[in-house]
Design a protein around this ligand. Sequence first.
Ligand code: SF4
Ligand code: F3S
Length: 364
Amino acid sequence: MAEQHGKPAGHTLEAYLASHGVSRRSFLQYCTAVAATLGLPLGMAEKVAAAVGGDNRPSVLWLHFQECTGDTEALLRASRPTAAEVILDYLSVDYHETLMAAAGHQVEAVRNATMAKGGYIAVVEGAIPTGRDGAYCCIGGHSALDIAREVCGNAAATICVGTCSAYGGIQAAYPNPTGAVGVGELLPHIPLINLPGCPLNTSNLTATIVHYLTFGSLPRMDAHKRPLFAYGKRIHDNCERRGHFDAGQYTETWGDEGHRQGWCLYKMGCKGPATFHNCPTVRYNDGLGWPVAQGHGCVGCSEPQFWDSMGPIYERLPNVPGFGVETSATKVGLGLVAAAAAGVAVHGVAKTLQLRFSREDEES
Ligand code: SF4
Ligand code: F3S
């Protein structure tokens, strides 16, 4: 992405992939995988490949507000270029404060010119402080509040990367001294999608953009404006430690035998049963790991206001059906009765949680 301005005009995606050591075969494999990730019917991979490789690259304006730049870091962490990363690189990212070499009035002019053309995608990293008329975060003499209104308000689509731009993140945690909000709260009626997580999983950003390029629209979302392909299932549903949860095998203290054996982290405060994200399947760091695989419970970072609603981090969730079901025959029976009464399978989470996190699908 850093070399965006050096790309020759008319450079095809195929040539661009080749120049980065990504073969056509790898690209097609990626298109097949992303089509599957997006839940598209078999045979759609070719349409995806044609759309991504076409000459319809939208301009991207990437904005930074109240944040730690962790999402940009996630974007840059790949140890080797994959088709996904090269596709992101291939996009015409006209404005990105962390990555662009130019500065000052020059880049402000680029941003304004892109906006004047229209049809661009705004990617937002960071929360927007609304207190004191936006004075807590200013860039180039303008408040984040005004920049978000202008850039996102006129974008073809806005993609909020990371939990801060989606829901305010830690800046919005009680007592929220700067009045931080996510973009969707500030601008509830713009075309917008949230890709929360701390940090964003870049694979989900690429898949969202691929969907946009292929269909000209954002993917189907849940009530929190998260794409269903990435946030449609609980962490707990796909967790590699799930067998231990069902078997009543729990880590009781950090470093105990259960922890060393990779047993379930529910008792250590894991919020996986109440968190919707595809971390166990997509994973981070080139697919090498994700929090639970590394031995720490999920803290629920992709849920709205998780700093206030999911804590304390190391206290376990209220009772979850299936918790310890195999520790005794009595508990197995009680668990089954409770599950039947709740109308859910014994593998399901507590009815209270189910109600709390029940979602309405929205067609984008
Ligand atoms: Fe995995 Fe956490 Fe569920 Fe245990 S409670 S199975 S560690 S998601
Ligand atoms: Fe966040 Fe939990 Fe995934 S902490 S990164 S949603 S495992």
